[in-house]
Design a protein around this ligand. Structure first.
Ligand SMILES: O=C(CO)[C@@H](O)[C@H](O)COP(=O)(O)O
Ligand SMILES: [Fe+2]
Length: 216
């Protein structure tokens, strides 16, 4: 089953508790948390005090996407907030293997993310063999609401072919995801779709319908 990760960056932060509750009981759903440090990306979002509050209000697995220059610092800072998946950027570190090993001590799932212009070969076989999730960015990280980059399909297909060697690898896609591209993304090899604006900001339909429309 395709996992859907609504990105809380696009939710109504003044009513976050009711936003979280609106998804209670949904299956195969994670909450995606975009942590930005105004250094790795030109935007600042929220840090551990907010994530701690969110973790107390929901049982839905938390999926943290760290767009930060020093991911190592965040591994320990966020370890007590029940985060299911911890993803950091390959561009942010030179010792990704060490970071993966360290993050695995605290998090059930560890992911690595790649920006749209980073060469695919920068994700080494050593990394692929040791991560649970590969997050392929389909927009430049930093902001919600951007247009999906069409070249992303080829990047997903490239890693999808490698699943024969790494059968446990989950491919997640993040940025500009909607009902318009979801089916093509699934066919290219995506197992997990992040969606912010599409779920929280577009149209009058319910969150349930939005989530289901990404799986059809
Ligand atoms: O990591 C990011 C942006 O850097 C994403 O998770 C966005 O929050 C997705 O938003 P939409 O493109 O779906 O509006
Ligand atoms: Fe994200």
């Amino acid at each position: 089953m395709m996992i859907i990760s609504p990105s809380l960056l696009a939710c109504d932060f003044l009513n976050i508790e009711s936003e979280l509750n609106a998804f209670e009981g949904f299956e195969d759903l994670w909450f995606h948390l975009d942590i930005m440090d105004a250094h790795f990306v030109p935007n600042l979002t929220f840090g551990h005090p907010i994530v701690k509050l969110i973790s107390k209000k929901t049982k839905i697995p938390l999926d943290a996407h760290f767009m930060v220059s020093n991911p190592e610092f965040f591994i320990e800072t966020f370890k007590d907030f029940n985060i299911h998946n911890f993803t950091f950027h390959i561009e942010a570190t030179e010792n990704s293997f060490e970071l993966i090993k360290k993050a695995k001590k605290y998090y059930p799932s560890v992911g690595v993310s790649i920006k749209p212009k980073t060469p695919l070969e920068d994700i080494s076989s050593e990394v692929l063999a040791n991560i649970d999730l590969l997050l392929i960015m389909s927009v430049e990280p930093g902001f919600g609401g951007q247009a999906f980059i069409e070249e992303s399909y080829e990047r997903i297909e490239y890693f999808n072919k490698l699943k024969t060697q790494y059968p446990n690898l989950t491919i997640q896609v993040d940025g500009g995801v909607s009902n318009i591209n979801a089916d093509k993304l699934r066919k290219a090899g995506a197992d997990n779709l992040v969606a912010g604006s599409y779920i929280f900001k577009e149209g009058p339909t319910t969150y349930r319908e939005k989530v289901e429309s990404l799986r059809r």
